[in-house]
Design a protein around this ligand. Structure first.
Ligand SMILES: Cc1cc2nc3c(=O)[nH]c(=O)nc-3n(C[C@H](O)[C@H](O)[C@H](O)COP(=O)(O)OP(=O)(O)OC[C@H]3O[C@@H](n4cnc5c(N)ncnc54)[C@H](O)[C@@H]3O)c2cc1C
Length: 290
């Protein structure tokens, strides 16, 4: 096994090109190395560390976005005052990942690139309408994070030839707020039963003017819940409409029965219970930000 620590994106891409599909990009390694040890990954000859690349260990503001480099860890996101204030659901979602050791090395880029249906940071980023920047031999492009998922653990990002270099979202402004909640068994480190995040923007008339919802695991990919957001827009932020949004969510999800985590009925009950709470919290924060 060869371990590379490139200092630039070009250097990283050159190593990936050299290994022609036999190298893997690594962030914190909290998914890749665990799965490799368990024999869940095809063997590879080299690892390209994306966390030492110059300029990609920072959180910056540019062009109306908060931009997060691929080397930024969950802990750094949780502790960033800009993200806590104006991307609250992302800070909250990164804050529940694993324990402190995992959050100190695991990255949001790795969470999104891994494409697990219940990736917590991913759910927070989806609600904010986040994008990802991909760099490959054809150049660099931005795309909505929601369009990167292909299936459980499968991504349109070619993790053997491309780098997810940055993530970005438009920070919440006046009249906007966001919130995240996860339901899981209390034993600590295990996969979530259900994670949900919401971004709400209120109009001057007090009605919901814009919404973004992320949920998982409710199907093969992390869900950017567009039908739920559409059902909310134009309505007053009251319990009755939140319950209507729950109905729309339940019509669109494929809840799984899981032997170790939860029954389908339990997941449904948790959506009925928690989605209105998250929507109410995001609304309250939107009101407070006026
Ligand atoms: C004990 C434990 C508890 C955990 N708890 C949670 C949890 O509560 N919630 C949760 O969502 N996850 C959890 N995880 C999973 C993991 O920690 C997160 O998904 C984390 O965000 C992965 O980031 P990473 O940087 O470690 O990714 P890595 O393991 O380095 O990489 C993951 C995948 O993404 C690819 N990749 C990484 N970076 C890039 C990049 N820049 N460009 C292209 N591809 C890239 C890799 O090739 C690999 O396929 C847990 C893991 C452990 C070990």
């Amino acid at each position: 096994m060869n371990y590379y620590t490139p200092a630039t994106v070009d250097e990283a891409l050159a190593v990936l090109h050299k290994y022609d599909g036999r190298a893997r990009v690594v962030g914190g390694g909290t998914d890749l190395l665990v799965e490799t040890r368990r024999g869940l990954r095809r063997p590879f000859d080299a690892v390209v560390d994306a966390t030492r690349i110059g300029g990609l260990r920072e959180i910056t503001e540019s062009g109306g976005y908060i931009v997060i480099g691929c080397g930024v860890t969950h802990s750094e996101i949780v502790n960033d005052p800009r993200i806590r204030a104006r991307g609250t659901c992302l800070a909250e979602s990164c804050g529940v990942i694993g324990g402190p050791q995992v959050r100190n090395v695991g990255t949001l880029a790795g969470n999104v690139a891994h494409a697990l249906p219940a990736g917590d940071g991913t759910i927070g980023l989806l609600a904010l309408g986040g994008d990802v920047q991909i760099s490959g031999s054809d150049g660099t492009r931005w795309m909505p994070a929601r369009d990167t998922f292909k299936g459980p653990g499968r991504s349109h990002i070619d993790r053997q030839r491309e780098l997810l270099t940055r993530l970005r979202f438009r920070p919440t402004g006046d009249n906007e707020g966001s919130a995240f909640h996860r339901v899981m068994r209390p034993q600590g480190l295990c996969l979530p039963i259900i994670s949900m995040a919401a971004r709400i923007r209120l109009g001057d008339d007090g009605k919901i003017e814009g919404a973004g919802i992320g949920m998982g695991p409710v199907g093969p990919i992390p869900w950017f819940a567009e039908p739920v957001a559409d059902a909310l827009v134009g309505a007053p932020p009251v319990q009755e409409h939140f319950e209507h949004a729950v109905g729309v969510a339940l019509e669109n999800v494929q809840l799984r029965e899981s032997k170790y985590r939860a029954t389908r009925e339990y997941r449904e009950a948790m959506i009925r219970t928690w989605l209105p709470v998250i929507l109410a919290t995001a609304t309250e924060r939107a009101g407070a930000s006026r």
